[in-house]
Structures are given as C-alpha cells and as structure tokens.
Design a protein around this ligand. Structure first.
Ligand SMILES: C[S@@+](CC[C@H](N)C(=O)[O-])C[C@H]1O[C@@H](n2cnc3c(N)ncnc32)[C@H](O)[C@@H]1O
Length: 449
C-alpha cells in the first residue's frame, strides 16, 4: 500500500479542486493521468478508481460519516471532509485494502498537510465506521422513496424529485444504478480507413477485449486497456471514442452523397465525422477556436477531409447558409443527465435554474438554425439528457411554432429500437434500460412551402 500513499494525496487534491472548487471532474482526471503517465498501470488505476468512486458516491459517504461524527460534514474543514469521504469510500467499496491501512494512511495525510490536531478526529471516525459499517441503517424504500434513492445512489433530492415526476420509480432506480456502474468505453470504427472486422482483429492483437455492440456493426465496447493514445489503431485514426447513442444521430440523419450537412454545435466532432463518411460536404461549427481545434485534431487523425470547420455562435444567423442545408444537426448543449456515469459531477452541480436556462438556449438555437434547412430538408435535434423539458418538450414547442413535421425514425433505426415514439419521429434512450447513454434524438422535416 505504500505505493498508493502518494496516490491518495493526489486524489485528495483532485477532490478539493472539483468538489470545493470550480473544476470539472473529467478534465481533472484526464489532466492528472496525463501528468502521471510514467506511473505504473496499477497506480494509475488506483487513482482513477478512488477519485471516480468517491465522486460518484459522495452523498452516500456523507450520510455514512454523519451516522458517526458529532460534527456535520458541511461544518468540517474542506480538507478533512474530503479526506474522510475518500477514506470511507475505501472502507465501504474497496475490499482489497485492509481497514488499518485506510485509517493509518488518512492519519498520515492529515499530519503531513498540517491538520495534525484533527488526526484523532479522523482516526476515531474511520475506526468507528470500519467497526460498525454492517449495522448502518439506510433510508427505507417503502416509507421514503425519495430519500432512499437520494442516499443509495448519491443524487441530490431535488433531482430525484424531478426524475420521479418524469419516469416510473423502477425506471429511475435503473437509471441511477447505471450511473454508478463502471463506465464502458464504446468506439466507432472509421469506415473510411478500415472495416469493423479488421479493426476488431487489430484491437485484439493489441491486447484489448472487444465486444460488438448489439445496435450497430461499426460500434464496439472495449475493455482491459490502460492508455488508449498508446495504441497504433488509435493514433492511425482507425476509431474514435463515441457512444452508440451519439452514433445513432448520424444513422437517423441518413445523409446521401450529395447532401450538404451543417452541424451547428459540432465539437469534438463525433457526429460530423460520422456523417462525413456518407456525404461530400459537411460544415462543422462551434463556439470557440479551442473547440474548433478539437474538431480539427480529430479530422486530421481520422483522415476525413470533406469537413469544413468554422467558429460560429449558433445563436446568430449565418446569412451564408440560409436555406442551403439538406440536413442540419443540432446536437445542443444540455443538462447532461444521460451521462451521469461519465460526467459524475453534473448531478451535484446542476440546478433547476440552469436547466430552465438551457431550455431557453436550446429553443433559441433551434429557431435560428431551422432557417438553414432547405424546404423538404431535415433538422435533427439531439441532447445527451433525459429531462423531458429539454427533449420532447422542446420538440413539441418547435413543431408548434415552425413549419416542420416530425419524420419517422423507423427507416433508419435498428429494429430493436422501433416503437410508437420512433414512428412519431423521436427516440428517448435511458441509461440502465438501453445499452447506451441516456440520449434524445428527433427528426423533423421542413415543409416544402
Ligand atoms: C453536446 S456538445 C456537441 C457534441 C458534438 N456534436 C459531437 O458529436 O462531438 C455541444 C457543443 O455545443 C457547443 N456550444 C455551446 N454553445 C454554443 C453556441 N452558442 N454556438 C455554437 N456551439 C455552441 C459546445 O462548445 C459543445 O461543443
């Protein structure tokens, strides 16, 4: 365990940056792993597991701590509360670490960072939790469903209420449970450069476990690897990381060779690159130079040349493309409740007000970009959220106020996804219920006159 002592300190600093600061968890994790590329695979895996696990579970961990501590977690010093969270995570979820090691390392860290006077408090609480963890009483599902879901799945109570208003209790529990599972990585084969069969063979040769996705032949779930950028298949642009839900946007867009496609919020370019395999001309836009560079990097790596990128605010009309697009992709900024497992700080940071502001932004962008669609052309609206207001709510608002009609998805979607709603032009995928992220897609056709 001594090798992981430094790892614990690294994780504690990451937690402080994200929970107590303004940083995004996935960015902090990526930056930290990059900075410690030279560390053995095992240590990097320890850092990832402890950081992601503590982040995903920290309301549950706070509940446990407060069963034992006389001081509420909110009143503790930030360093101490995050040290306790991280240590309780190890006690509750990491069976291979002896309790004594967890307590001793926490005490050492408290002393090292100038909290020697509180090391007794840390030690006492951790040892009590280790001793009595089997007797902890959790909220009862039958008498207080909201609190049960909130504490069991580490989700703020207001968000549980919102989900229970929109979905059945069993669905909400499956969604929240899926968000705590280890994240799966899905990739899409770059069919310009190789075939799915060949890519599968090459990845297996690189020691990766490869599982074919049931929805699309170009999609694979990959496991048992450390550093993706180390693979020649990645460096050579034979695949891109992309969830199947996101791939389905390009599938239902169904671009033809001569179509002109505009993706108005395109970075890092997953959907635009996918569509560009099918048609000659794609315009990929995003708000900043930084974001456009992300698309350009992927364009270079994947060797896909028929995409033109442009910094453009989707809220503002671009007169150059008015009425010119066969297909407009509006994959808009959203509350991200479909990717709670991957962006595990969203559930703590999102507010109802932010969601309402997003609905306004989405409506404004949809209104502006609908004018780029040719008569008879297609507008695809998608989000990686499961919030009805941002999804079906916006679709209905849009159709009520614009010259568009819903267009069935059933000619394009895999048969497993056909339903009454897909026939009516939209699909709501739910994590934990579908083998994908939570995601919304709708297809709408502009009327000819
Ligand atoms: C859901 S992501 C897009 C993902 C992308 N379609 C893909 O498949 O890789 C939303 C994007 O919208 C961009 N964005 C946010 N506000 C925008 C605006 N006003 N104009 C253009 N892009 C915007 C963000 O920078 C972000 O890259």
């Amino acid at each position: 365990m001594t090798t992981n002592n430094k790892g614990r300190e690294i994780v504690l600093d990451m937690l402080l940056q994200v929970i107590e600061g303004e940083e995004f968890a996935h960015r902090v994790l990526r930056r930290t792993l990059k900075a410690h590329q030279d560390k053995p695979k095992q240590e990097r895996a320890f850092i990832t597991r402890l950081f992601v696990g503590t982040m995903k579970h920290y309301l549950t961990l706070d509940y446990i701590i407060e069963q034992f501590s006389s001081l509420p977690v909110k009143k503790m010093k930030p360093f101490i509360r995050n040290l306790l969270r991280m240590s309780v995570y190890q006690l509750m979820y990491m069976d291979s670490i002896p309790d004594s090691a967890v307590c001793n390392e926490a005490v050492k860290l408290a002393k090292k960072r100038g909290f020697g006077k509180l090391s007794g408090f840390v030690n006492g609480n951790l040892r009590n939790i280790a001793r009595a963890r089997a007797d902890i009483q959790y909220p009862d599902k039958d008498t207080d469903l909201n609190r049960y879901l909130s504490i069991s799945y580490s989700v703020p109570s207001w968000l549980v209420t919102m989900l229970l208003e929109q979905y059945k209790p069993q669905e909400v529990e499956k969604i929240l449970e899926a968000s705590l599972r280890e994240n799966e990585i899905t990739i899409r084969c770059n069919c310009i450069k190789t075939t799915p069969d060949k890519l599968e063979e090459l990845l297996i040769g690189e020691g990766v476990t490869v599982i074919r996705h049931p929805y699309l032949k170009e999609a694979f779930i990959i496991k048992d690897f450390d550093y993706l950028e180390g693979f020649s298949t990645f460096r050579d642009g034979l695949f891109i990381i992309q969830d199947v839900s996101s791939m389905l946007v390009s599938v239902v867009a169904n671009a033809k060779e001569d179509d002109f496609v505009v993706d108005v919020c395109a970075a890092p370019g997953g959907k635009a690159l996918h569509i560009a395999e099918k048609c000659k001309k794609v315009s990929a836009r995003d708000l900043t130079e930084y974001k456009i560079n992300l698309i350009n990097e992927n364009i270079r790596r994947m060797g896909i040349e028929n995409i033109h990128t442009k910094v453009w605010d989707a809220n503002i009309t671009d007169p150059e493309i008015l009425g010119k697009a066969d297909i407009v992709i509006a994959d808009l900024p959203c509350s991200g409740l479909g990717v709670l497992g991957k962006k595990y700080d969203i559930k703590y940071k999102m507010t109802e007000k932010q969601q309402d502001d997003l609905v306004k932004l989405q409506r404004n962008i949809l209104h502006v970009v609908s004018e780029y669609v040719k008569p008879g052309g297609i507008l695809i609206y998608s989000t990686c959220t499961i919030n009805h207001k941002e999804n079906i709510g916006n679709m209905e608002w849009f159709l009520d106020n614009h010259n568009f009609k819903p267009d069935s998805l059933n000619n394009y979607l895999p048969a497993q996804l056909h339903s009454d709603t897909s026939k009516a032009g939209y699909l709501q995928l739910l994590q934990g219920i579908h083998p994908t992220d939570g995601f919304f897609i709708c297809r709408m056709r502009k009327e000819s006159r």
